[in-house]
Design a protein around this ligand. Structure first.
Ligand code: NAP
Ligand code: ZN
Length: 348
């Protein structure tokens, strides 16, 4: 075991405390990563505030991890000491079910092993601790290569926010000739704008207000509308092939579904604790679909990182120190994030 520094929350809604945690000894296929930056995802907040059910405390969140390899186990072949690497939302899966075999480990039928707040069934059911720490030990198959050309702080948020938008945009064929809307321009949403634009789609942002319009256009949006203005919904009715909803709170889905054209799809990646409701007649008249999507598999995550490097895309980040996590969380909840907080572990 190796003792490393981390920031943990001791109970639901309790402030963060600087502490130490144990990381396991390296197995033959394990990689020890020195974490440089960990992104703050809204899922960290939902989890630590028990909004998705009872979580396990003390909790060390963080599933947007970027750093360098410090040590490798004897049988590691994919990564070497000094490599720039990342870890996202999962650190293992059963590897045997049809979904794992298809490279969709996030949909593992036994359940993927989350990077934090999960019991690792390959490792004595130990509770996992995430990236708000200086080091992590991960099986090499769940470690991603970060291409040269993306700074580590801009790469960290790609490991969750980036792949969570890349995967549905890819699956539902965002590209030239397609009209794509991104609802909510926070951490996930701003990555959606950059990636959909790079894929060649015509991109519209649907944000609560116009306060971030200049940023949205700079990220690649062609159009930007305020959802607090009802005229937006009249003007854009029946417009989009694809809408990706990244909002962390409850939204009236019928209103947003009315913006889809014939055969359009609204994909929900936002995960509010309250149920979302869909009126049948928002779907039926235009053969519309309402779908969900969860992060992406390991192969697709590597593809996304390579795509982002090729298109010179990184997250737009604000670096914070370990003692600013509570303050940053409050700002995320207030939609006051521009556009992802990353914790600099050098400050620990
Ligand atoms: P975030 O940075 O807080 O962004 C969410 C955005 O939603 C806000 O910036 C805001 O955008 C909008 N919003 C917030 N409250 C709203 C409200 N009451 N009404 C309307 N719009 C509102 O959060 P995030 O990290 O991007 O995560 C977004 C959601 O995705 C969370 O629920 C998270 O748990 C979930 N998530 C899902 C997956 C997955 O695999 N499916 C992966 C990661 C995260 P504007 O200011 O532009 O309106
Ligand atoms: Zn996340």
């Amino acid at each position: 075991m190796r003792t490393v520094t981390a920031y943990a929350t001791p109970a639901a809604k309790a402030p963060f405390e600087k502490t130490t945690i144990e990381r396991r000894d390296l197995g033959p296929k394990d990689v020890l990563i020195k974490i440089a930056f960990a992104g703050i995802c809204h899922s960290d907040i939902h989890t630590a505030r028990n909004e998705w059910g009872e979580s396990h405390f003390p909790l060390v969140p963080g599933h947007e991890i970027a750093g360098t390899v410090e040590e490798v186990g004897g049988e590691v072949s994919k990564h070497a000491v000094g490599d720039r690497v990342g870890v996202g939302c999962m650190v293992d899966s059963c590897r045997e079910c049809e979904n794992c075999k298809a490279g969709e480990e996030q949909y593992c039928l036994k359940g993927n092993v989350g990077t934090y707040n999960a019991q690792d069934y390959h490792k004595d059911n130990a509770w996992t601790d995430g990236g708000y720490s200086t080091h992590i030990v991960v099986d090499e198959d769940f470690v991603l290569r970060i291409p040269e050309g993306i700074a580590l702080e801009e790469a960290a948020p790609l490991l969750c926010a980036g792949i969570t938008l890349y995967s549905p945009l890819n699956h539902w064929n965002a590209g030239p000739g397609k009209k794509v809307a991104v609802v909510g321009m926070g951490g996930l949403g701003h990555m959606g704008v950059k990636i959909a634009h790079a894929m060649g789609a015509e991109v519209t942002v649907l944000s609560q207000s116009l306060s971030k319009e200049d940023d949205g256009k700079a990220f690649g949006a062609d159009h930007y509308y305020a959802t607090k203005d009802d005229a937006t919904f009249e003007k854009l009715a029946g417009s989009f092939d694809l809408i990706v909803n990244t909002v962390s709170a409850h939204l009236p889905m019928g209103k947003y579904l009315s913006l889809l054209k014939l055969d359009g799809t609204l994909v929900n990646v936002g995960a509010p604790s309250e149920p979302l409701e869909v009126p049948a007649f928002a779907l039926i008249p235009m053969r519309r679909s309402w779908a969900g999507s969860m992060i992406g598999g390991i192969r697709e995550t590597q593809e996304m990182l390579d795509f982002c490097a090729e298109h010179k895309i990184g997250a737009t980040v604000e670096k914070i120190s370990g003692d600013q996590i509570d303050e940053a969380w409050d700002r995320v909840v207030d939609s006051d994030v521009r556009y992802r907080f990353v914790i600099d572990t050098a400050t620990f």
